[in-house]
Design a protein around this ligand. Structure first.
Ligand code: PGA
Length: 254
């Protein structure tokens, strides 16, 4: 059954003290809110993963994720963190292919394919991001761009592994800009993605995949976005840094 998920991407924000505070606040506030097939994921900077994992109350639908990983399992890569190290902290998700990684760190689809493999090999689930730039939206190449991102980075996976992925459609022009894709624009792409998955794998797999929307999602627009049939939750940046806003977005799942 398809899961509904709200994931918070803290990016390079929150020192440890603030992170622990907001995490505890969120955990308290969502106790009664998060139902059976819903899940909340918090993706802090690497160095908070272990501390936050230890604070998760058993029996809550709250999980911890990283924002990136290196593609190799171990080795002489000063400053990098592998999926196996992330898994050892208790984290269960890793964001792969965020547009900021693609843009500022030149991450290509073929590199992301290796990262997806590494996350899966280490027993975690990737939150795999795709999305077009403003230029690609304006020149109407966005369907091709998204198809290429998905095909090149993820279609080498077997169906059993694919079904562990969470996909996140994040139009680059909507990230941190205050511009949100309209619910109709987002639904159009989500349904396009689900059809791609049905063609490559099968309709059952496609129906069961969770596809999140990300890009200036906030407490005001979340309900309308999540009401669309192919939008199964959100990947939240800015609004995940305030406990109340983040929890209001989680409530919009209901
Ligand atoms: P935003 O970021 O909510 O601040 O637009 C979303 C993301 O980058 O995942």
């Amino acid at each position: 059954m398809r899961k509904n998920i709200v994931a918070g991407n803290w990016k390079m924000n929150m020192d440890l003290e603030k992170g622990l505070l907001i995490f505890n606040e969120i955990q308290q506030l969502i106790k009664e809110e998060v139902k059976g097939n819903q899940e909340v994921i918090i993706c802090p900077p690497y160095i908070h993963l272990s501390s936050l994992s230890q604070l998760v109350d058993s029996g809550t639908n709250l999980s911890i994720g990283a924002q990136n990983c290196h593609q190799a399992d171990s080795g002489a890569f000063t400053g990098e963190v592998s999926a196996s190290i992330i898994a050892s902290t208790g984290a269960s998700y890793v964001i792969i292919g965020h547009s900021e990684r693609r843009l500022y760190f030149s991450e290509s689809n073929s590199l992301l394919a290796q990262k997806l493999d590494s996350v899966l090999e280490n027993g975690m689930a990737p939150i795999f991001c795709i999305g077009e730039t403003l230029e690609q939206r304006n020149n109407e190449t966005y369907f091709e761009v998204i198809k290429e991102q998905i095909t090149e980075a993820s279609f080498h996976l077997q169906a059993t592994d694919y079904s562990k992925l969470i996909l996140a459609y994040e139009p680059v022009w909507a990230i941190g800009t205050g511009l949100t894709a309209s619910p109709e624009q987002a639904q159009e792409i989500h349904s396009f993605i689900r059809n791609l998955l049905a063609d490559k794998y099968d309709q059952d797999l496609a129906n069961n995949m969770t596809i999140l929307y990300g890009g200036s999602c906030n407490p005001k627009n979340a309900s309308e976005l999540f009401a669309k049939s192919d939008i199964d939750g959100g990947l939240i940046g800015g609004a995940s840094l305030k406990a109340r806003d983040f929890v209001d977005i989680i409530k919009a799942l209901n």
